[in-house]
Design a protein around this ligand. Structure first.
Ligand code: PRP
Length: 218
């Protein structure tokens, strides 16, 4: 008897993991409750007769593992896929982590697209350098991009930048910091991603798993 094939799946640690764990369970993946409490970075799971290996990663590292084929599948936000121009299949929208990527700035300031900026070149603080640059280039607006990694909303409050490009989910963080959405760039949700070669070569496992995940998402 040939050994059971093993599939490797890269999952993001953090706030998405609990939701992903529930969708996987509904799809028939026996993975138990996946939490960050254990520090083990590799977890075992089963899907039908197949053994699965789950890698728990920083969200930004998931596409790297999938693109290189170290993981066959992964779970990743569309914001990261677009920003990094990741070359993978995106077979299932998991319907979680829904939010918007927006340009936001001081609630009382005029829209950047409305010509409210005068004098020096406007500065845009963001974790999404490439996406932000492409957005303003499409508008024909010259901006200086300032790289920040978190607490992005602080940048316009402190004068580091005029506006930000960041994710908005409930809008609470913007509101509590006197900021407002000026423009919407894209809607974002969490995707199942697949290595292009694995998707074809491991279709025997990936096909049924993708179908089951689609069913579990509804
Ligand atoms: C994200 C995002 C916003 C916030 C939006 O930050 O960068 O700051 O959530 O959510 P809201 O619209 O529901 O308030 P995260 O919590 O990941 O932390 P960070 O500031 O360190 O990026």
């Amino acid at each position: 008897m040939s050994p059971r094939p093993q599939l490797k799946i890269a999952l993001p640690k953090g706030r998405t993991l609990g939701h992903v764990s529930k969708i996987f369970e509904r799809a028939g993946v026996a993975c138990g409750a996946l939490t960050d409490e254990s520090r083990a970075l590799v977890r075992r799971a089963r899907f039908g007769e197949h053994d699965l290996e789950l890698f728990l990663l920083k969200p930004d590292d998931v596409p790297t593992y999938v693109e290189y084929g170290t993981a066959d599948l992964g779970v990743c936000g569309r914001d990261v896929l677009v920003e990094r121009e990741v070359d993978v299949y995106q077979p299932v929208d998991l319907g979680i982590g829904r939010c918007r990527l927006v340009v936001a700035g001081p609630a009382r300031a005029s829209s950047p697209a409305g010509g409210g900026w005068t004098g020096r070149m406007p500065r845009v603080a963001t974790k999404y350098r490439r996406t932000a640059a492409a957005h303003f280039a499409r508008q024909g607006t010259q901006v200086e991009i300032v790289d920040v990694q978190g607490s992005v909303e602080l940048a316009p409050l402190t004068g580091l930048a005029d506006v930000i490009v960041d994710l908005v989910e409930t809008g609470t963080t913007l509101a509590e910091n006197g900021l407002a959405v000026k423009e919407e760039i894209a809607s974002v949700s969490t995707m199942l991603i697949a290595n292009r070669a694995s998707y074809k070569l491991r279709a025997d496992v990936i096909g049924p798993l993708v179908d089951a995940l689609r069913g579990a998402v509804g």
